[in-house]
Each structure stands twice: as C-alpha cells, then as structure tokens.
Design a protein around this ligand. Sequence first.
Ligand code: FES
Length: 126
Amino acid sequence: MRRFDAREVTEPLCRIADLPEGRSVGFDPLNEGRDTMFVIRKGDSIHAWRNLCPHYDRARMAWKKDEFLNGDRSRIMCAAHGALFRIENGICEVGPCIGQQLTPVPTVQRDGALWIDGIYAPGFRR
Ligand code: FES
C-alpha cells in the first residue's frame, strides 16, 4: 500500500472529552502534514467535515490551525472567499457556493473516543 492510498484509520481522532464545546478542531488522520478534516462538538452532537471547500476543488478552509468557524462561531466559514456553511448539515447559506454541501466524514464514538467510521481518503494532491 502506498502512503497516500485511502485506508482505514487505526487510531482514534481524539477523546470526546478533549473536544471543546462550540469550537472547531482540525485533524490529519493520514499524517499528510495538513489537517484534511475538522470536527465541531455542539452539546451531545459531533459534526465532522472534510477540509475541502465546494467552491474550489480541494481548497482548504481554515484561516489558521483549528479555526474553521466565523466570528460568533455560529457557522463554518471558508477563509478563501467567506462562504458560510451550517454546522449541522454543511450546506452553504452565504457566499459563492450557496446550496452546495461540505463532504461529511462518518464518525463513531467508542469507549469515550471519536473514530473515523470506514475508509478515509487522502485530502491533498501530491
Ligand atoms: S474556496 Fe471556499 S469560498 Fe471560495
């Protein structure tokens, strides 16, 4: 298997208790050197999305490490052109890609930890 083939991730992303309420946290499950997904915990709900803006193919969204939200943390924001997405369903409500959706990352909670559920593909071109 080549280093950047899609594959099962054998380590949890994090402990659930370590996810800060209402904030975004980026992860690099395949050790590509950059965060290829991010997670937002809101109460008992956890929302996980790929770090790929639908406006431009594979555009990264955070303006700095772990900062995927707008100022009042009510929506996901792409730093490139300001698109705003609903945290709960990843749909763009404001900006250049209205109606398009972020790519969800299936996750599962097990023994107090958050895992990717299934195969995970690399996020960046080589
Ligand atoms: S690349 Fe995300 S809004 Fe343009």
